[in-house]
Design a protein. Structure first.
Length: 290
């Protein structure tokens, strides 16, 4: 979008203050390709790194109990750029059951019944000790965001400031706006006319130019709708974005890419304490679409 010089100056001041209130964090963005992968690569789909001695993840309860999960994503931290607070070694995996909700439970987003997050701290290099195929999955391909596999190639780490879709942004941007420009706005939008959208529509639109989509680890999340962490205090501690999988076309069409529902995005969140302990049992998984 085109931003006038006056609005750009206001935006720069506003976001600088927001960055003081919600400090920028590092993120690594991934490029997706249809290149072949090994079981050790960072990737979407395909055959996961998985020791034969460990029980393969399945649905725990319900009508699909016992059915195997499908690899959604795998991150080999030993081969990725280093991010503060994140593992520097080991392989982190995200599995999901291929159903109409992609294994998510929006009422209990931390309940790893139909999805699973598994961390292999010590990686076995002897491939004879690893599985070389996945359990048979009798699924409709439309019940998963993509087909086949994608190699994930990491960009260099970059600092990223909070964006408008993060649940903490609304309060911070209101405080920043009122301090810098005066007034009594309460956030980005308000039905009583006290939102930035109502008092400065051009600035409101410009704020959204700080964007956070695409597949990445770390950083701040993008949502097609709203951040569910803002609705329930028990999820407000899940402040670290562990992984984001965005809808992306690879090549000339969406059929060769990733599509979450109606061109949506999925996010996995973890608390700082759990990440420090490398405890991935309470990860929050959610996705939404337009």
């Amino acid at each position: 979008m085109d931003i006038s010089p006056e609005t750009q100056a206001k935006l720069d001041k506003l976001l600088a203050k927001v960055d003081e209130l919600i400090p920028p964090v590092e993120t690594v963005r991934f490029k997706l390709s249809r290149d072949s992968t090994t079981v050790f690569d960072s990737k979407l789909g395909g055959v996961p790194y998985f020791p034969k001695a460990i029980e393969y993840p399945t649905v725990r309860e319900g009508e699909s109990k016992g059915k195997p999960l499908k690899l959604l994503a795998q991150l080999n931290f030993g081969a990725l750029p280093k991010l503060a607070g994140f593992p520097t070694e080991g392989i982190l995996q995200f599995f999901a059951y291929p159903d109409d909700l992609y294994g998510a439970d929006f009422d209990a987003p931390c309940d790893q019944n139909s999805f699973r997050v598994i961390y292999h701290e010590n990686v076995i290099t002897d491939t004879s000790a690893l599985i070389d195929s996945v359990p048979a999955l009798e699924i409709d391909e439309e019940l998963f965001p993509f087909t086949g596999e994608f190699l994930l190639t990491a960009d260099k780490p970059a600092k990223m400031g909070a964006v408008a879709t993060d649940f903490r942004f609304d309060k911070a941007v209101a405080a920043a706006y009122n301090e810098i420009f005066g007034g009594d706005v309460v956030g980005m939008w308000d039905e009583n006319g006290k939102g930035i959208r109502q008092v400065d529509k051009e600035l409101y639109s410009a704020i959204h130019s700080r964007y956070s989509s695409k597949t990445r680890v770390g950083g701040y999340p993008f949502f097609m709708q709203e951040d569910p962490r803002g609705y329930d205090d028990k999820y407000s501690r899940h402040t670290i974005m562990l992984f984001q999988s965005d809808s992306e076309n690879v090549g000339d069409n969406w059929e060769n890419g990733v599509c979450w529902g109606d061109v949506g995005v999925a996010n996995f969140f973890i608390t700082p304490d759990d990440l420090a302990k490398r405890d991935f049992s309470n990860v929050m998984y959610t996705w939404d679409c337009g």
